[in-house]
Each structure stands twice: as structure tokens, then as C-alpha cells.
Design a protein around this ligand. Sequence first.
Ligand SMILES: [Zn+2]
Length: 487
Amino acid sequence: MSAENGSGGAVTLIEHLDFVITADDADTVLRDASLVVEGARIADIGPADVVRRRLARQPAVVPDTVTDGRGLGMIPGLIDSHVHLSETLSRAVFPDILSTRAWVFHWAKPFYAHVGEADERVSVLLGVAEMLRSGTTCFLDMGAQNDAGLTARAAASVGIRGIVGRHAADRKPDVIPPGWSPEMVSHHFFPDHTTALEVLEAEVRAWNGYAGGLIRCWVNIEGKEPCSIELHVGARELAASLGVGTTYHLASSIEEARVSEQRYGCWPVTRVARHGGLGDNLVLAHAVALTDDEVGELAAAGTAVAFCPASSLKLGKGATAIGKYPELLTAGVRVGLGTDGVSAAGNLSLHRQVQLVAGLFKDARLDPAQVGARTALRMATIDGARALGWADEIGSLEVGKQADFVLFDLDHHEWTPYADPLQALVWSASPASIAQTWVAGRALYAGGRVAGLDEKSLRAEARERAASIAARAYRDADVPVRTTLYD
Ligand SMILES: [Zn+2]
């Protein structure tokens, strides 16, 4: 019975969970734990006997469902702080030898230009299914190719939480490269930053708070070379005036930093800082090419960073060669984790990013005390929530927060045997042992299926659409694998 339970909604008691990693401030890990979900929120959490006693003192609260949690382990839902859901149909399409700029300018952009609205809807649904299957409950999408509302509606139809936006750029290259068409240029570039910001403001007004608050909408732009400095600075200012955030790519490769040095006499973050563009409602994607001073600038401004380890590995961005992610963490910068999308990273598994970041810097710095399992999981949960300005509701499992969590099946070879849940989670487990993924009190992935989606048909349609897009995008067989665009 639910009507008298305060916030309303069905009451579910999951009891005797083998463990709950809460990611609260004290990094509490509960054993033999129980969780009470009331509607979309966590009504109680703690040791099983304590939760039972507290329930007994509230006769008005009678669980509608009681689930035996023995053999299950729980963690907060993972938060993907940088993803391109419009890119899900481009898996393993581009060559494996591309650096960031050739990848973006000569391969990704022509592909995106041919992603129509129906394609993009399939792309988002497919991406959402992969995220839920791998424990991701919230995302920050870089921007729709067509309309933020398309991403918002598709994501909300499944029930995942996320921040959407619309792709925006305003600075065409001086020479239009082979493979780009006039239609593509007009699709990708607004005539100026003012026009871009007007459209982005309308998107925020239309979609921020959609689906009962599950979906937020930000003033996102592409960032770096294809955007003017006015658009970088203006996007953050507009976002602040609308009470939302903004995210864009910046310092995303050493080549970008070198071009910036040549053109403007400084690296990208310094350039934006000099124009007053940093702030605490800004999430920089990648930020791999940073000077020590720029680490300090980001910390002082409260600007957050989304680190995408798999994308860095695949595109040779230099996370371990030049990246200052451990220094950003030490300086107190909010650093979340992102996948970046299926062609940049190969997959949408944030769990894989957790394992990568836990180990990359131990190895690169010859120091096993670097990052590690605890910090890596916090980057994917509570620190990601802080980066997205959503930590009051998500990122950790605490009373009053949204019931966004992942249940692992511990009767799985990945978990057999294990002693420390955190180490086993990060170093041994994978999405293969995920039993359920819940968002806002609802089990969206359970029993091997994403609720409400005909995944088999979706996959069939995705294969057809992906092949068709690639055939249209790369008619010119001689697509460059290196670039001098924007040099
Ligand atoms: Zn990206």
C-alpha cells in the first residue's frame, strides 16, 4: 500500500543484499544490507536488521514488493559524463589509425551529416539499451544532430535519465574538404554565434525538465576549432542565465593544442580563460592537453572535466603521455568519466572506463597508489553527478536520493569467489554479471531484457540504417586519414 507513504508511489523492499557500495561521503560499503524504494526515491537504506526495525516502527509503510537480495550486490547507477548518442550507428566504421582531428573532420562529420531524424531515433534507442545493459543510468549527451527533443523523447520513452542538447558550431573551415557537401556545411554550421545561441536557448526552454525531470537540456556546443570564441563564451553565459550547464570539447588532443598555440599564442583552456569563458556550469570533454597552470585555472573556476579513457586509447589522445587527470583530481576539479560514443571508444560501457582509469595511471606513473578502484568508481558515480550539477539527487545511494542503481549477480564466475566488493567490481566484474539496472525506482533492465524495447527489431533496423548511412557518407572512396583542416 502506497497512498500513505509520504511521497507516494509503490514501495519495494530489497533485503539481505550481499553488499551495497553507497559512494556516500564516507565511502560506506554495507554488508547484509536492505534498501526501501518508495516511488522514484530511496526511502531507507542500511543494515538489513536496522531497516527491518525502522520499517516495523512505521505501520503505515507496508512494502508492495519484497525481494530477496541474497546473491546480489548493489552499486549506484553509473553516469556517462560525455557521450554522443547520435553516433551509435557508426560502430567500427572508421579506420583504426585516425587521430582525433582526422577522425572528426573527415570521418565523423560526413557520417553525422547523413544521420536523418529516423536514423537518429534508432541511434539513441540503441545507445540507451547498451547503456542500461552495462549499468549506466544517466548520461550527458554532447548534442543531437537534428533536435534535442528527438533525443529527449527517445530516451524518456525507455525511462533513462539524461542531459540532452543540440549540436552547434559556427566556424566553417577556410577550405571545404573532399567528402563534404554544401548541404552538409549548412547542416553543421550556424551562420554566426548569435543564431546558434538563439536556437540553443529555444531547445533548453522546450526540453529542460522534460519527463518529470528525468531529462534536462543544456546549451551544448561542439567546441574547439569549429566554434568561434564568441560561441564558447556565449554558450556558458547563456547557460548560466538559464540556470543550466554547458559542455563542449576542448584541449581534446595535442594537435588541437599546437594549432591553438600557433594561431593564438596559447593552449585552448588558457584562450577560453582569457576571454572569461570558464565557470562552474561548464563540463570540458577530454581536456587532455593541459599545462600545469591550466589545471589551476580549471580548479579556480570550478570547471568540470569529462575524461574518456577508451576514446583516448583508441584515438591516441595521450591520456597517460600528456594527461594531467591525477593532478586535476588532486587540485579538486570535478572529473567524471565518459565513453564518448561507440566509434570514438568502441562501446558505451562506462564500467570499462572505470577499470581503465583505475589502472592507467598506476602503470604510466609506475605508482600503484595512483587513482585505483575507489576513486575510479567515484568518478563514474558521485563525482560524475557533481560534474553534471545533479549530486543532490543522484550519484550515491542515500535516503532521499533517486533510486538509480545496478544489481550484480554474484553467483557468476566473475564474482566467484570474492572478498572485497569494490576490488571485485572494478577489476573482476563486467556488464556480463549485471542482473538489473534501475532508474527512478523502475527496473529498466532485468531478466536479460530492456523493458519496453523490441531489441531484436531495433538491432535489425540499426544494421540496415548504418549500412545505408555509410554508403551515402563515403561515396568518395578516398577519404583522408590525416588532416590540415583548421591549421
Ligand atoms: Zn565527444
